[in-house]
Ligand binder design. Structure first.
Ligand SMILES: [Mg+2]
Length: 276
């Protein structure tokens, strides 16, 4: 492979840079993660954390990752909610029915969009947005389906069935609700988080790097890796989260990780940074 010049490195958080204890919310950096960020910066790459979680707003992550030794500049931690707010705003949405926690509501409102809980939504909304929350009931699900039956477009931050936690799998609520919505309405929610490439478009705008000039590192072969391959970024899988090497290798060739690492240890000694 001829040396490529990279300008940005995009790291997934859970299972890639760190693992969170679900009870305490405390993050612990995974082996080699702190050094991997440092080597990317030393080689001139902008470093971005892009999680697929929508329960927390980006502000939640800065101090918690910093406490684990993982420092990011303001504006360099993205969630699907931030990407969704950007895309909904671009699409001209003014009023959104939101199934989600503060982690989605705050970025959506910051983009100048009114967000209503499903059962509180006024007659017409421009879109339905599904994201992570545990605070909903059957009335919310029915209100969502009624809006979708009426033709309102429906989006989801993530439709991943689960994410990696320090004590095992954490259920992906918006994925489960999306499956329910599709079952009940026949309409498949449009995913704005990974593996869609909207997040990388936003990172391109933030950093000036094209997708070809990005390294994407993640633990999920179906999320970060597919996103990276679709966009043309270098896709690096790491087996410290959800998937083992066999799971990465089992993906179809055109959406498979180009490199699979057992951990981020030694990230800086690898030859993909030779062009930097
Ligand atoms: Mg992950």
């Amino acid at each position: 492979m001829p040396a490529r010049h990279f300008r940005a490195a995009v790291f997934d958080i859970d299972g890639t840079l760190a693992l969170m204890d679900k009870e305490t919310g405390v993050y612990e950096a995974l082996p080699g993660a702190v050094a991997a960020l440092a080597v990317c910066r030393a080689r001139g790459l902008a470093t971005i954390a892009y999680t697929n979680g929508t329960f927390f707003p980006p502000e939640h992550y800065y101090p918690r990752l910093a406490a684990a030794g993982l420092d990011f500049e303001q504006g360099r931690i993205l969630t699907p909610a931030v990407v969704a707010a950007h895309e909904l705003s671009k699409a001209g949405c003014k009023r959104v029915m939101l199934l989600g926690a503060e982690g989605t509501r705050l970025p959506v409102e910051a983009a100048g969009i009114e967000a209503f809980a499903p059962t509180d939504a006024p007659g017409a909304v421009d879109a339905v947005m599904l994201s992570w929350t545990k605070n909903f009931d059957a009335r919310d699900l029915e209100a969502i389906c009624k809006a979708v039956w009426a033709g309102t477009p429906v989006y989801a931050g993530s439709t991943a069935p689960f994410v990696a936690g320090a004590k095992g799998k954490i259920l992906g609520i918006s994925g489960a609700v999306s499956a329910m919505v599709e079952y009940a309405t026949g309409v498949k929610p449009i995913v704005l988080g990974k593996p869609a490439v909207y997040g990388l478009d936003m990172i391109a705008a933030l950093t000036g790097a094209t997708a070809r000039e990005m390294i994407v590192v993640g633990d999920d072969p179906t999320l970060e890796i597919r996103m990276a391959r679709r966009a043309g970024a270098l896709a690096i899988g790491v087996t410290t989260g959800l998937a083992d090497e066999a799971a990465f290798r089992a993906e179809p060739a055109d959406t498979r990780a180009e490199i699979v690492l057992s951990t981020l240890e030694g990230f800086g000694e690898q030859n993909w940074l030779d062009g930097n």
